[in-house]
Design a protein around this ligand. Structure first.
Ligand code: AMP
Ligand code: GLY
Length: 424
């Protein structure tokens, strides 16, 4: 079967690498992909939101399954468009992708399903929000733009003044455009964060081992927020008993509530959880694999991913019994361009990739890379996700950083403490 993967990050490289291993996979296309996906698959120069061209390509190239990586095409209705064209596609439809596309929808669904989450209120005008913030006690809050804002629409505020500034920027200056037409203001939760992903066809649900991301740019979780500087899996903070609790009290009720609201959910449901003193609470839902959580997860998956994705799309996930995992943990370290998450230069050639990849139990997933005159060059802020397995988390960390040391380009940097939370 030919497969088309939509997206161009480390997540999509990991998907392409894993799907290529299926004995049933023939050609694996990635649109638009990066230098790594062109090595493990075949790049197609099409935009993830150009649905007519993607559909035309899928039809002309006998694509039997399309797998959507990022949220933007999902919330824009790529699954509806492909299905209308008679094509099989993995991911939620537009009305189910609202779970990530609208924080207001997400919070209201959580409340209706009695799923633990931070207390909140919805505001339809900046004046209402300002009045609320000014009149209540000066306690920490989180101000969230309702719509997608490239991961920047959430402002965690220690003081009233920060919250007022966030409202001003999001709802009055509209720095994220229409995403700021509605606001959610919620209580700030404290604790460690963990990501729990499941795959569901709307009836059956398979929970994947927990993973942990590292959002802040610098060691010790300091510095500006990023798309994620590294991840590891499994995350010992959620033991097996807690995983079952999360499945029963968070994931299953959410999938049922989606069905009741006539938005059946099919695809990857990703719960971003805060481990509070009162137990796990949902911070957010994403409707896709996490990036970079997907990379260590797929590094450990032994079951044929194509079988799982296809069974989900066909509504027969109950046929997939248990997933088989490599018992060894995996750690993925993001190597970034100088300046990221701010401005950065592109086009530096990468050296040492073959040396890194020659190390045992290592896979270098590409994120922001491109091919130029046959050479791999930097083309984004997060450039590589150097991923390794090890007998213990410390060993996986050691293996990943040993591979990182092989790779060089001017200004390359990474966090040095990925997975320390698990070890500490
Ligand atoms: P979201 O886009 O909703 O996941 O928010 C992005 C990040 O903001 C999360 O990963 C958390 O680090 C933080 N965050 C969101 N909601 C809260 C909350 N209620 N309390 C504390 N931190 C939060
Ligand atoms: N790792 C966070 C995300 O994928 O949104």
């Amino acid at each position: 079967m030919n497969i088309l993967i939509i997206g161009n990050g480390g997540r999509e490289h990991a998907l392409a690498w894993k799907i290529t291993q299926s004995p049933r996979a023939e050609r694996v296309f990635v649109a638009p992909g990066n230098a790594g996906t062109d090595l493990d698959g075949e790049n197609v120069p099409l935009s993830p939101t150009d649905f007519p061209k993607l559909i035309q390509f899928a039809k002309q190239n006998a694509v039997g399954l399309t797998v959507v990586g990022p949220e933007a095409p999902l919330t824009a209705g790529i699954v509806d468009a492909f299905e209308e064209a008679g094509l099989k596609v993995f991911g939620p439809k537009k009305n189910a992708a609202e779970l990530e596309g609208s924080k207001v929808f997400c919070k209201e669904l959580l409340r209706s399903a009695d799923v633990p989450t931070a207390d909140y209120q919805v505001f339809y005008s900046p004046d209402q929000a300002v009045k609320f913030i000014t009149e209540r006690e000066d306690a920490p809050v989180v101000v969230k733009a309702d719509g997608l804002a490239a991961g920047k629409g959430v402002v965690v505020c220690a003081h009233r003044q920060d919250a007022l500034e966030a409202v001003e920027k999001i709802a009055r200056q509209k720095i994220f455009g229409a995403a700021g037409n509605r606001l959610v203001i919620e209580e700030r939760l404290d604790g460690q964060e963990v990501s729990v992903l499941c795959i569901t066809d709307g009836r059956t649900l398979i929970t994947l081992p927990p993973a942990q991301d590292h959002k802040p740019a610098h060691d010790g979780d300091t510095g500006p927020n990023t798309g994620g500087m590294g991840a590891y899996c499994p995350a010992p903070i959620l033991n097996e008993e807690m995983q079952r609790w999360v499945e029963e009290h968070i994931l299953v009720p959410t999938v049922h509530a989606m069905k009741r609201s006539r938005r059946p959910f099919r695809g990857v449901l990703y719960a971003g959880l805060m481990m509070t003193k009162q137990g796990p609470k949902v911070l957010e839902y994403n409707v896709r694999f996490g990036d970079p959580e997907c990379q260590p997860l797929l590094m450990r998956l032994k079951t044929d991913l194509l079988d799982i994705l296809e069974a989900t799309v066909e509504g027969r996930l109950e046929e997939i019994k248990q997933l088989e995992w490599d018992p060894r943990p995996a750690v993925s370290v993001v190597m970034a361009s100088a300046g990221y998450p701010g401005e950065y230069e592109k086009g530096f050639p990468l050296r040492g990739l073959p040396d890194a990849e020659a190390l045992p139990d290592v896979k270098v997933f590409h994120a922001g890379t491109a091919l130029k005159d046959g050479k791999v060059v930097t083309a984004g802020g997060r450039v590589l996700n150097v991923t390794a397995l090890g007998d213990t988390i410390s060993q996986a960390k050691f293996n990943a950083y040993r591979a990182v040391k092989c790779i060089r380009w001017p200004g390359a940097w990474c966090r040095k403490d990925i997975s320390d939370k698990a070890i500490g």
